[in-house]
Design a protein around this ligand. Structure first.
Ligand SMILES: Nc1ncnc2c1ncn2[C@@H]1O[C@H](COP(=O)(O)OP(=O)(O)OP(=O)(O)O)[C@@H](O)[C@H]1O
Ligand SMILES: [Mg+2]
Length: 330
């Protein structure tokens, strides 16, 4: 049995959580900074790190109290996201977690953010067995990853430019929809016709399993310019969402054919997208595992789940691994 207290501060969410055995969330809080960054249309790194510093102590107190462990009794290990992410933000969580581990004489487990997203599926009631194919779709990543065993990964495809979540955010900005773009576009799409505009499905037949999303964003921009303010926003949003999701389906299908994968997991903020979930679960013919909605966007419970597995496998990263803004999973 292991109980992990984890911290996530790689971007604009401050997350603190306590998870038992990598599956059972005992307490979880996420303080989103969306309102602070909204007026800038995206995350301002300097403001993000200051905001993490402002709230991290209170959130930790709250999580410990919620878990009935006010003085940290029963905590076996402490984990924090070590990268990739914004350096200033990472430093806040890592330094705080390290200091606590030192004070309480507990092991510190440096944890990769994308590995956290992968392990968010183990927080669902029905969890997959290894091996599986993973589709990671977040604000900074669009990747197809072969996961042959815990912590054994092969990246099969990745984005050559924008990540899919980033394209939702950028297109939302073009459409004057609020940040973050994913939920706003999903909402606007509900009243739109997904076939109104035939936006490109980039690299449908080339580029192997790599993705490209910047052309789709540019196509939306040109459509809006041509319409001179008269475009139907709901139709543009729905057509964009259809194209963005379609590409994920096309490439995932190709990856399944190539690897013979028996099961798929989907993780990252865009895994919250209803159309994507429905299409993956309805069209691929293999079991598809998704995290609970609350654990799609950044949170610390997923970091605890990944750290727990690292402890269990005896595969924890060296305790003095420094925070890394651009940290590869493999
Ligand atoms: N319902 C949704 N539909 C589409 N996209 C969504 C939805 N909900 C959230 N997103 C997108 O998910 C992204 C945020 O996800 P996440 O928190 O996993 O990314 P990140 O942590 O910023 O990036 P990374 O994990 O790559 O470092 C944003 O781009 C947001 O627009
Ligand atoms: Mg993330």
């Amino acid at each position: 049995m292991s109980v992990v207290l984890a911290f996530e501060t790689s971007c604009d969410e401050t997350g603190v959580a306590i998870v038992r055995d990598g599956r059972e969330v005992i307490a979880n809080v996420v303080a989103s900074q969306i309102d602070v960054h909204r007026e800038f249309g995206g995350v301002v790194p300097e403001i993000a790190s200051r905001q993490h510093t402002r709230v991290i102590s209170q959130l930790t107190d709250k999580v410990l109290r919620d878990a009935g462990m006010p003085a940290g009794e029963g905590i076996d290990a402490i984990a924090a996201t070590i990268g990739p992410g914004l350096m200033g933000s990472l430093l806040v969580g890592v330094s705080f977690a390290r200091a606590l581990a030192y004070a309480w004489n507990k092991p510190f487990i440096p944890t990769h953010h994308i590995e956290g997203h992968l392990f968010s599926v183990f927080l669902a009631e029905e969890a997959p067995e290894f091996p599986f194919l993973a589709l990671v779709v977040s604000g900074g990543h669009t990747q197809l990853i072969q996961c042959s065993a815990p912590h054994e990964y092969e990246i099969l495809g990745t984005t050559r430019d924008d990540a899919v979540g980033e394209s939702f955010d950028k297109v939302a900005r073009l459409l004057d929809l609020p940040y973050p773009g994913g939920p706003s576009i999903q909402k606007a799409s509900a009243n739109g016709n997904p076939e109104a505009y035939d936006f490109p499905r980039a690299m449908r037949e080339k580029g192997g399993l790599d993705f490209s999303y910047s052309g789709l964003k540019t196509a939306v921009l040109y459509t809006l310019q041509e319409a001179k303010g008269k475009a139907n926003i709901a139709d543009v949003a729905a057509s964009f969402q259809a194209a963005a999701v379609d590409v994920l389906l096309i490439k995932t299908r190709q990856a399944i054919a190539q690897t013979g994968a028996q099961r798929l997991i989907v993780a990252g903020g865009v895994a919250a997208n209803k159309l994507l979930r429905e299409r993956l679960q309805g069209e691929l013919g293999i079991p598809v595992f998704v995290p609970p909605f609350a654990y799609c966007i950044d949170n610390a419970a997923m970091i605890a789940a990944a750290a727990d597995s690292r402890i269990r496998c005896g595969a924890a990263l060296p305790v003095d691994t420094p925070p890394q803004a651009g940290m590869s999973l493999v």
